[in-house]
Design a protein around this ligand. Structure first.
Ligand SMILES: *[C@@H]1O[C@H](CO)[C@@H](O)[C@H](O)[C@H]1NC(C)=O
Ligand SMILES: *[C@@H]1O[C@H](CO)[C@@H](O)[C@H](O)[C@H]1NC(C)=O
Ligand SMILES: *[C@@H]1O[C@H](CO)[C@@H](O)[C@H](O)[C@H]1NC(C)=O
Ligand SMILES: *[C@@H]1O[C@H](CO)[C@@H](O)[C@H](O)[C@H]1NC(C)=O
Ligand SMILES: *[C@@H]1O[C@H](CO)[C@@H](O)[C@H](O)[C@H]1NC(C)=O
Length: 485
């Protein structure tokens, strides 16, 4: 999911170039380090609190009355979610809303032990304080703190989020209906992460996207992967040929084929998530609907393998621009999330989450998808997590604590999903009740609806945003009625 992180970074730069940025004020709130153990100070060097970062904009707010739009931050720096959730800023004036974006503990500027050094938060036993429950308690505490300190006790609260942030947005409504009046949960794969989705669904959707763009390109990609395996088996010459075609910085070793396949798969995963209807621009320009471009490249190469290398290079930037080469161990790191954890300290935090509560156990089989068979099982995940973090995942916990597929006992949530998004089959695609509404965005990728409006937006996303606004209106009216009783 945190391959998403790089994407958000790319889009962040894009939005800086393309749109006028909405400014914010950065603030910090004192948080409890451990919401669930009153006697844990000794374990954490007598530290009992930390400061959590949040961003706030009150220029549209009708003080004391307007609603609070609260973004439940996910696995990255909060400014990047701010920069890529323009929808919220577009509707805030109409609602006279106060906009707050809260940063998730252990990410960005909210790593609890960062004062001791950047790596400290990610060591034992400190990393154990990184759980969904602690992060949600932080958000509950922050909402209550804002209500108290800003004379906002009667203001309705609507949570927003995309991807893991979308899960948190919905979970906040599940767990804290006393504080949260309604939730927008965009591209939130709540069923998948609870282990309640077909384990091949994710990469099947990536493949379906490419197939829809160009049917022959999937055949070509399969041929390329087969050729690649044959070349790798054929010895030194074959490995050298692959090294050349993929422009690798160092010669491919016999044991590297698996990593190369994952690196290639990750490029398609990322392109599918960012398959937006308008171009994004970073070091290399990505066209509108990059999956369509990748599909064309797959069939355009002088050989299938050339095509596969070209499509892969559409996503990655050269590790060494002078030598024009790709360092596959630097550009893609394997972790507990087969869709990628990205790089840096945030990726450590996400790896830990994917090793504990969040289950992203998705494999490829070369049948329902176009990628080499790469089994990622509960067992291989558990083995990895024990080696890496000395923790064992609890496979049933998320479904127990945050309901799994049985979400009948909630209300006031819109779950939106784009049908191009590889995550969508892991989310809520059918309405549960009159007030728990599913919206499927035809031609939409990963939480397109949260992004600022754009002339290239398909009608489906315009409609989705209208449904979201109508529901928010309803929830606010309801909350006002209840509050005035
Ligand atoms: C607090 O908000 C209420 C509306 O809920 C308003 O009537 C009151 O004047 C506000 N108080 C202050 C000190 O701003
Ligand atoms: C594919 O090849 C055609 C014909 O040479 C060319 O017009 C087109 O731009 C190429 N597409 C890509 C994505 O390289
Ligand atoms: C590739 O990246 C790894 C990890 O950062 C590094 O150790 C290695 O030296 C790099 N290889 C080359 C050829 O640059
Ligand atoms: C993947 O796992 C499944 C079920 O455990 C097994 O049937 C299959 O043979 C495995 N495939 C590979 C390539 O290891
Ligand atoms: C949830 O409600 C729906 C519609 O009322 C019903 O069909 C379904 O069986 C319920 N699921 C559970 C797990 O209670």
């Amino acid at each position: 999911m945190a391959a998403l992180f790089k994407i958000i970074f790319l889009l962040h730069l894009f939005s800086q170039i393309q749109c006028e940025k909405v400014p914010f004020e950065e603030r910090y709130v004192d948080q409890y380090l451990d919401h669930f153990n009153f006697d844990s100070a000794k374990a954490f060097g007598e530290v009992t609190g930390f400061t959590e970062r949040y961003l706030i904009q009150d220029k549209w707010w009708k003080a004391g009355e307007g609603p609070i739009f609260f973004y439940t931050g996910n696995e990255g720096n909060i400014e990047e979610f701010w920069a890529n959730s323009g929808f919220i800023m577009e509707i805030a004036p109409k609602f006279n809303a106060l906009v707050v974006f809260a940063e998730h503990r252990f990410y960005g500027g909210s790593a609890p032990f960062s004062e001791w050094g950047p790596e400290w938060s990610f060591k034992h036993p400190y990393i154990g304080l990184l759980t969904i429950e602690q992060a949600m308690a932080d958000y509950a505490h922050l909402i209550s703190n804002i209500k108290e300190t800003m004379n906002a006790t009667k203001c309705p609260v609507i949570t927003f989020g995309g991807s893991y942030g979308g899960m948190l947005s919905a979970y906040m409504r599940f767990k804290y209906p006393n504080l949260v009046d309604g939730a927008i949960a965009a591209s939130a794969p709540i069923y998948l992460v609870a282990g309640k989705t077909d384990p091949y669904a994710f990469f099947k959707t990536v493949t379906d996207d490419i197939y829809a763009a160009n049917q022959e390109s999937v055949t070509s990609a399969r041929k390329a992967f087969t050729d690649m395996a044959k070349l790798a088996e054929s010895g030194k010459k074959g490995l050298a040929a692959i090294t050349k075609i993929f422009q690798l910085c160092s010669p491919l070793q016999p044991g590297d084929l698996n990593h190369l396949s994952l690196y290639v798969r990750n490029a398609f995963t990322s392109l599918a998530m960012m398959d937006y209807p308008y171009p994004t621009d970073f070091l290399a320009p990505l066209p509108a609907y990059p999956i369509k471009a990748a599909a064309e490249m797959l069939v355009n190469g002088s050989t299938p393998l050339d095509g596969l290398a070209a499509a892969t290079a559409l996503f990655y930037q050269y590790s060494d621009k002078e030598k024009k080469c790709y360092n596959i161990s630097e550009l893609f790191i394997e972790c507990a999330d087969p869709t990628g954890c990205d790089l840096g300290l945030n990726s450590l935090a996400w790896d830990f989450q994917a090793c504990t509560e969040v289950q992203i156990v998705q494999s490829t089989n070369f049948k329902t998808d176009m990628f080499p068979p790469l089994n990622y099982t509960y067992k291989s995940r558990a083995d990895y997590c024990y080696d890496k973090w000395t923790v064992r995942p609890r496979d049933d916990w998320l479904a127990l604590n945050l309901w799994g597929r049985n979400i009948n006992h909630t209300s006031n949530i819109v779950f939106s999903n784009g049908d191009l998004d590889p995550w969508h089959l892991g989310g809520v695609l059918e309405s549960i009740s009159d007030s728990v509404v599913a919206v499927v965005i035809e031609g939409g990728a990963h939480h397109l609806d949260l992004r600022a409006s754009n002339p290239q937006d398909p009608p489906s996303v315009i409609k989705a945003r209208q449904i979201e606004v109508a529901n928010i209106e309803k929830w606010i009216t309801q909350a006002r009625r209840n509050n005035s009783k």
